[in-house]
Write a protein that binds this ligand. Structure first.
Ligand code: HEC
Ligand code: HEC
Length: 304
């Protein structure tokens, strides 16, 4: 605030306070004219159109209440900011108050976090208030990618089912969240050619019991045994150590809504996939990761 406005506010404030005090004291008693009879209420002598004004001073308590509020205002303005740029003797600011409250809230939270951090995730699953905190943290930090409730989206795994790329144990989840995960599915387009892609896709479809062309799938099986089995395992069951998904189930990480499943699978094989789960160890405190992981773990427990 510029000095001018600061002074402006200060002067007006003082005029109001001292002006009211002056009004109050100056009008406290009026001089009574003439003698009073027994029991007669004194009059001020003011007459207007034949109407006379009684001398009716403010009750004493009321008078002192006015004085009291003026004194309160002056003391308040001395201690707290209120007069233009003057900061007040106590040095109170909104920021400081906010910081104090945040610190107090953190202290309470810290206590709560450390209790939860010391509790095993398999036990936290039975604690509704821990899961509530975990859900809040999850929605703030993870739902942009994994969706509210961890239901997933194309390219972002569903965390609420019992299918896991890297494992659904508390340890595996903690590891995924803390250190992140980088998937490396190579591109096979140039090695297999389009026919090879079609064939190996049919083989994958046969593993999951879907419609497939048997001749094509038979050719694809050979490709699969040479190129894919090392990561996706025998019969396409997947390998959690590599994050290679199960190809024989009905859960697909890459399944864009406006594309058929067959085209999605072919796209994965032709171009490769490099899903990236960012590490959160440097973004979130371990206590929070512990709670979030408990929440994620609970999702697959209840939905099984
Ligand atoms: C080096 C290990 C590795 C090899 C070899 C490999 N894959 Fe993969 N594959 C992966 C990984 C890891 C993913 C997960 C990619 C991701 O999460 O982004 C994946 C994903 C896929 C997917 C997508 C699954 C989904 O749920 O959407 C398909 C389909 C697939 N692979 C098929 C194949 C086929 C067919 C071959 C052989 C031609 C093959 N892969 C060879 C590691 C491998
Ligand atoms: C920027 C997007 C993004 C954010 C934010 C994110 N994730 Fe992920 N997450 C992914 C992707 C993508 C994958 C799959 C990686 C892959 O393809 O290998 C993944 C994988 C995972 C997995 C492994 C799933 C499995 O099947 O093994 C877990 C667990 C997980 N995320 C939990 C979380 C949690 C908890 C948070 C919040 C702290 C989070 N993620 C935040 C993108 C994200």
């Amino acid at each position: 605030m510029s000095n001018f406005w600061s002074l402006w506010i200060t002067v007006i404030t003082f005029i109001v306070i001292f002006g009211s005090l002056w009004l109050l004291i100056a009008n406290r008693k009026t001089e009574i004219k003439g003698d009073l009879e027994e029991g007669e209420i004194p009059k001020t002598g003011h007459v207007y159109d034949g109407i006379e004004e009684y001398e009716n001073p403010l009750p004493v308590w009321w008078f002192w209440m006015f004085i009291g509020s003026a004194v309160f205002a002056l003391v308040y303005l001395l201690l707290y900011p209120g007069l233009g740029n003057y900061k007040g003797l106590l040095g109170w600011t909104q920021e400081k108050q906010w910081e104090q409250r945040v610190a107090a809230a953190n202290q309470t939270l810290d206590k709560q976090y450390s209790i939860y951090a010391a509790t095993d995730i398999t036990e936290l699953v039975a604690d509704p208030s821990a899961l509530r905190m975990g859900r809040r943290l999850f929605n703030n930090n993870c739902s942009v990618c994994h969706g509210i409730g961890g239901v997933g989206a194309n390219g972002f795994p569903n965390l609420s089912d019992s299918e896991w790329q890297y494992g659904g144990t508390p340890e595996a989840i903690l590891h995924s969240v803390t250190h992140g995960r980088q998937a490396a599915m190579p591109a096979w387009g140039s090695i297999l050619g389009e026919q090879g892609i079609v064939d190996v896709t049919d083989y994958i479809l046969s593993l999951g019991g879907k419609d497939f062309d048997p001749q094509s799938a038979a050719r694809g099986a050979t490709h699969y045994q040479t190129l894919c089995v090392a990561c996706h395992g025998v019969d396409g069951v997947g390998m959690q150590a590599l994050g290679a998904p199960n190809l024989a189930d009905n859960v697909w990480l890459y399944n864009q809504a406006d594309t058929s499943l067959v085209d999605n699978i072919r796209h994965s094989i032709r171009n490769g996939r490099n899903g990236n789960m960012p590490s959160h160890g440097d973004k979130l405190r371990p206590e929070k990761i512990h709670l979030i992981s408990a929440y994620v773990y609970s999702l697959s427990q209840t939905n099984q």
